[in-house]
Design a protein around this ligand. Sequence first.
Ligand SMILES: [Zn+2]
Length: 204
Amino acid sequence: MTRKDIDDIISILCPNDEDYEKPIISPKYLRQELEQLALEQEPCEDIGEVSDGYHTFNQLYHQRAILFATIVNQNKDRAWKSYKHEDGKYCFDKDGEWFIVGIDTPKGSYTYHYSKEYWDYFDCEELECGKPWDGHTEEDVTRLLSLPSVTPQQRIGHWIDIMVEDMPAQACDQCNTFYPLAYTGGGHKYCPNCGAKMESEDKE
Ligand SMILES: [Zn+2]
């Protein structure tokens, strides 16, 4: 808000016009309030420190970098990074200051640029030059949703009662390892050998 803005607002709200017997608000008071407001809105020196009241741009960019690194690190076989674009030129023509990191999702690729401080967060293949841009834009961020779930499937197994050398034992139907009941007492919830979660479907 400039001094001229303030003058304009005062001239609208407190017109010096014979039709108005009294201004709606004291011009002096209004000027004080507006000047205070203008002071509070001093332009920020560093745009990165501009805040929406909760987070600054810098904080949000940092959050975005770490979140994308997490996605990349869980999809290493689809991800790559490079200090250069496909044409062999350094990103933004700044030698090694920025890099591009991308993921090839089932719906196409998606990429971000980050400054070199973030290079080591991205544990993926390092390329001499970035892959060719497939035309994706910011709106294609939803391609990331097509990445397959990385939650490992829990193997499910069952104990099978068997006899081993006249001793009762239980065998895992997933890996066939058997455990004499005399040692284990039986009924383990997970197979100690293959980690399968043992379900007891025959016991009601
Ligand atoms: Zn097993």
